[in-house]
Write a new protein. Structure first.
Lengths: 409, 265
């Protein structure tokens, strides 16, 4: 199993949440101290470099107008990482191409990063969370269709080498597409796409892209991974390789249960800090009416659990935390329940988790958990896994309006 | 109360719901972002004088958004087709909010079937400079603020948390999606409209709720100033929907305008 170290690059030094309406979209940036921000960028870059030192891969993402993730231009951070690191694969998950008006520009940026990193780019595409709609001034309506049109244009731009081509789609018009440079990896860098439902896996599995699931937990993972595997088998006639599936969870490893718990509690900031009012959770056209109506009626827990607790999130399969043995056991149990996946996206830092606390967890993970996960994956056998999976009954399926919805596309 | 007769008309491959009420000269009613309006008391009063014809904009009241629809222009051409199909002549076209914008867009394209135009708290133009938010950003406002800006008496606002029918709330949600499809960007206006408004030849009345905070009476005055010969009537103690908050005053303004301009009312 490949593990990708991930931090959202939060800016956690915020006033009392009672004093603001939302951590996203409209929290004035006077609350952002650029000096502290610069220090944080250094910290996060150091953590990624440390992940490489420990033999892990690197993942980052992109959000806009929010203190939860201060990377509004993922490709810029990737450009820095391309020169600060030498070995690790660099995953951006992802480019919010449903919200970007120039897919050709995205193709160019990704080609540059691929060259700067000497072919280490893994290129993710996402629809983006609902809160991005206001920040991008892009309607969420038909976001998925818009994503795929942008994707088609980007891949065509990467793979066309005989002069300008014409593209006049529903949203994007370019009459002379001919990007310089072009990517180093051939025919193009590996592609990842986030998935949040069985239906969303159809195109992703057809393209043999990595389908990445964020925090769907026990309640949602089978529906999504089973969907991917079924659709992959239908499209290609062979089972989906393990490395086509990825799962993202919060992970904290401590020297003892007490320290692990303290670290994981700090990591939980990712969930507890996400104060977002209904108008930004529910831009028109993002959610299906059944979900949208719940938010309109005042449901507070559609996007994130209203009062997340560590125990509940651990039980749900959204947080893996404990000593190395405990964390391995938790991941193994989830891996078996889900039918297996080849990539663990490890959200290993959030909020006020310090440099030292984060690095200690990373070390323990790399030294004592990671080798066992690799072994686990190496022993993967499709038939045996399906037998095992059948012996593990479904836990209660969480309806779509669960935490996994955050990343549904 | 007059009876509403709803029929489906096939136009552009769309099953368009058209609601009719009352007898008399035709009045095409184009509703705003909250959905059809001919079910409200003001419409019963108007139905004593006119045949109200209210198409339900695709996407509203539980209908589907047609695959080829991207923005308001699609609605405008659907209704140009509708007016032809109904063979309307000398019709009064009345629209509120989004519907007012639609009516203006229809009128600048083809005024031949339009006798008079009534725009009620209508969006559609950019009135101020680029930095001014002359139409409230309804998709970014908390519900309480939206309610305060929309209504003179906020107690009139529908309260989704008290709606017992799930379907009712889902229709609210779908209406919002449709509204955004018609008016997300450019936001609830067409930058070109102001250069086309001179093409409106029909007598035009603007009606505005004095307390409208979504598009204020000042916006209404700016809009009215762009339509030569138009008049603006401001109704006190009414917000964005004067036809709902002050039905009597509203109907009186409409009837006076229809009479003054020679409608057979």
């Amino acid at each position: 199993m490949k593990t990708w170290f991930f931090t959202e690059d939060a800016y956690p030094y915020l006033p009392d949440p009672k004093t603001y309406e939302s951590i996203r979209v409209n929290l004035p940036n006077r609350n952002y101290d650029p000096k502290k921000g610069a220090e944080l960028y250094s910290l996060y870059l150091d953590l990624w470099c440390y992940a490489e030192e420990l033999g892990m891969e690197i993942m980052l993402n992109e959000h806009h107008q929010t203190a939860t993730c201060v990377i509004p231009a993922g490709p810029v951070m990737l450009g820095a990482l391309a020169r600060l690191t030498r070995k690790s694969r660099l995953l951006i998950l992802g480019n919010p191409i449903a919200n970007r008006n120039q897919p050709v520009r995205v193709a160019e940026e990704m080609a540059m990063v691929d060259l700067l990193s000497n072919g280490r780019l893994e290129c993710g595409f996402v629809r983006g969370v609902p809160y991005e709609s206001s920040a991008a001034n892009i309607t969420a309506f038909r976001g998925t269709e818009r994503l795929w049109e942008a994707h088609d244009l980007i891949v065509k731009a990467w793979t066309t080498h005989d002069g300008p081509f014409n593209f006049e789609g529903r949203w994007h018009h370019h009459r002379q597409v001919n990007i310089w440079p072009r990517p180093l990896q051939q025919p193009h860098p590996p592609v990842w796409v986030t998935v949040g439902s069985a239906a969303s896996t159809i195109r992703v599995s057809k393209e043999k892209y990595v389908g990445a699931v964020f925090l769907a937990g026990y309640g949602g993972i089978r529906r999504i991974f089973d969907g991917y595997r079924d659709n992959y088998l239908k499209a290609h006639g062979t089972p989906a390789p393990l490395d086509r599936l990825a799962y993202c969870a919060l992970v904290y490893v401590g020297d003892n249960p007490q320290l692990a718990r303290e670290g994981a509690d700090k990591l939980l900031w990712y969930m507890t800090s996400n104060k977002v009012p209904p108008q930004f959770q529910n831009p028109p056209g993002y959610h299906p009416p059944a979900v949208s109506s719940k938010i309109i009626k005042g449901a507070g827990d559609v996007m994130m659990p209203a009062t997340p607790t560590l125990d509940k999130q651990m039980a749900a399969g959204n947080v893996f935390a404990g000593t190395p043995d405990q964390v391995f056991a938790q991941i193994k149990a989830f891996w078996e329940y889900s039918g297996g996946f080849g990539h663990l996206l490890m959200m290993g830092q959030a909020g006020f988790l310090t440099r030292e606390e984060t690095m200690r967890s990373m070390e323990l993970f790399a030294r004592e958990v990671y080798p066992r996960l690799k072994e686990l994956n190496a022993g993967y056998d499709e038939g045996r896994m399906q037998e095992l999976r059948k012996s593990l009954p479904d836990v209660a399926q969480v309806p779509m309006a669960g935490i996994g919805l955050d990343f549904v596309r | 109360m007059s009876e509403t007769n709803a029929t489906k008309m096939k136009l552009q491959g769309i099953d368009l719901e058209v609601r009719r009420k009352g007898r008399g000269p035709a009045m095409l009613v184009l509703h705003g972002g909250n959905g059809p309006i001919t079910g409200y008391p003001f419409a019963d009063k108007l139905a004593e004088h006119f045949q109200l014809i209210e198409p339900v904009h695709p996407g509203f009241a539980g209908s589907n958004i047609p695959e080829h629809f991207d923005n308001l222009e699609d609605l405008v051409y659907l209704y140009l087709d509708l007016m032809d199909a109904l063979d309307l002549k000398d019709a009064i076209v009345m629209g509120n909010s989004l519907g007012g914008w639609t009516a203006a867009e229809i009128a600048v394209r083809n005024s031949q079937r339009i006798g008079r135009l009534i725009l009620v708290d209508s969006v559609g133009i950019k009135a101020g400079d680029r930095d001014s938010r002359d139409r409230a950003d309804i998709f970014a406002l908390p519900v309480a603020e939206l309610t305060r800006l929309t209504w003179h008496d906020p107690a009139r606002a529908p309260n989704p948390s008290k709606m017992s029918e799930e379907e009712e709330v889902q229709i609210l949600a779908s209406n919002r999606v449709a509204l955004s499809m018609y008016g997300w960007d450019p936001y609830l206006h067409n930058p070109k409209l102001r250069y086309r408004l001179h093409r409106i030849k029909a007598p035009t009345l603007f009606i505005w709720g004095e307390s409208d905070g979504l598009v204020t009476p000042a916006y209404g005055r700016a809009f009215s100033a762009m339509v030569a010969g138009s008049t603006l009537e401001v109704i006190p103690k009414a917000g964005h929907a004067p036809h709902l908050e002050q039905p009597d005053a509203f109907v009186q303004k409409v009837l006076a305008f229809a009479k003054q301009t020679g409608a057979k009312a």
